[in-house]
Ligand binder design. Structure first.
Ligand code: PLP
Length: 353
């Protein structure tokens, strides 16, 4: 730390992204990326913008916003596009949290929430998941805080029903409830329809996972016009051109081929079912995933050892060195072939031990 670093960030521990090692070709099952490339049309769309890079992009993102709104069944002024959904989540911490409105989220969830709270000086409460890793909606009723819930949750993969979320939203009329739907396209129900009825609900989604665009950085929030106006105030006070031209074009081209992405999601869900069955047959405990990853532990091997042995054999998974979940690994669902290699490699590792 330099002697110039602001006092207010002295205790900030940044988010740790999944590792991206270069020492060899790994089967990458550690950052929940899609194993499938984006639609072919995305390449031409991006190339078409490359020759226009001397010009700023449209700060209102008119065309893409309209397309996202149309697919979501909302109006364009209820949508804000951001540089990954991480950005809209950070904006939500900036806009809707302060000392009077502290944040609340589960103790085991997306690691960025506590970082966003810290960097914005927002006090926060981590509410423990139940022993089975599920969220108890009762813990969030009348809680008097700005609530952040990933639904489905990460890294557990478990989902609440829309009815359970609605109860939380209804019972916190004076606080914003943010539902992070990064994984919703892999078999959970979206809360977007509820935004028409609840002015305090913000739903966030991303192109990173279900739409094969993690490298483009594109996400969005959907909520009432008033919430979106507040988020725009934050956006225009930090980075009005938060979506670059190439990403906007890629996003539009992807949505024009929406069936392809949804097809890929179906394939991933099928591969997930196969992988869960195979892991259970090997003795693993696997949570009931509604995402493009599984969360699994084996009685004969701790999570870190399995992670290390898989890495040595060229397969990367994500291990979290955290109490309660250290026995587990989070394994992204890839192609059928990648998952067969994973299961076979785990079988060999378990036979050796
Ligand atoms: C991946 C992820 C995000 C954000 O990803 P972006 O690439 O920034 O869109 C947000 N929430 C959860 C729970 C995630 O897993």
């Amino acid at each position: 730390m330099s002697r110039f670093f602001s006092q207010k960030y002295q205790n900030l521990i940044p988010y740790t992204p999944g590792e991206q090692p270069r020492d060899m070709q790994y089967i990458k099952l550690n950052t929940n990326e899609s194993p499938f490339p984006p639609p072919k049309a995305v390449e031409q769309a991006v190339a078409g913008e490359a020759g226009l890079l001397q010009l700023y992009p449209d700060p209102t993102n008119r065309t893409l916003t309209a397309k996202v709104a149309e697919l979501a069944g909302v109006s364009p002024d209820e949508v804000l596009l951001t540089n990954g959904s991480d950005e809209v989540l950070n904006f939500a911490f900036m806009a809707f949290c302060d000392r009077e409105h502290p944040a609340a989220f589960p103790d085991i969830t997306y690691g960025f929430y506590s970082v966003f709270a810290e960097i914005n000086g927002v006090p926060y409460t981590e509410i423990p998941l139940k022993a089975d890793f599920s969220i108890d909606p009762a813990d969030y009723l009348r809680c008097g805080k700005t609530i952040f819930i990933a639904n489905p949750n990460a890294p557990t993969g478990l989902a609440l029903s829309v009815a359970q979320i609605e109860q939380i939203v209804q019972q916190n009329p004076d606080n914003v409830v943010v539902i992070d739907e990064a994984y919703v396209d892999f078999g959970a129900e979206s809360c977007v329809p509820l935004t028409a009825r609840y002015e305090n609900l913000l739903v966030t989604q991303t192109f990173s996972k279900s739409r094969s665009m993690a490298g483009a950085r594109l996400g969005f929030g959907i909520g009432s016009k008033e919430l979106i106006r507040d988020l725009n105030t934050i956006k225009y006070s930090t980075n009005p051109y938060n979506i670059n031209r190439m990403t906007a074009a890629a996003g539009l081209a992807t949505l024009e081929q929406n069936a392809e992405a949804m097809n890929n999601c179906r394939t991933i869900c099928e591969n997930r079912t196969e992988t869960m069955q195979a892991l259970k047959a090997l003795g693993f405990t696997v949570t009931d995933s509604h995402t493009n990853f599984v969360f699994a532990k084996h009685p004969a091997m701790d999570g870190k050892t399995l992670y290390q042995k898989l890495k040595a054999r060229g397969i990367l998974v994500r291990h979290f060195d955290k109490p309660r979940i250290a026995d587990y690994n989070r394994i992204t669902i890839g192609t059928a072939e990648q998952m067969q290699t994973l299961v076979q490699t785990i079988r060999e590792i378990l036979e050796e031990c």
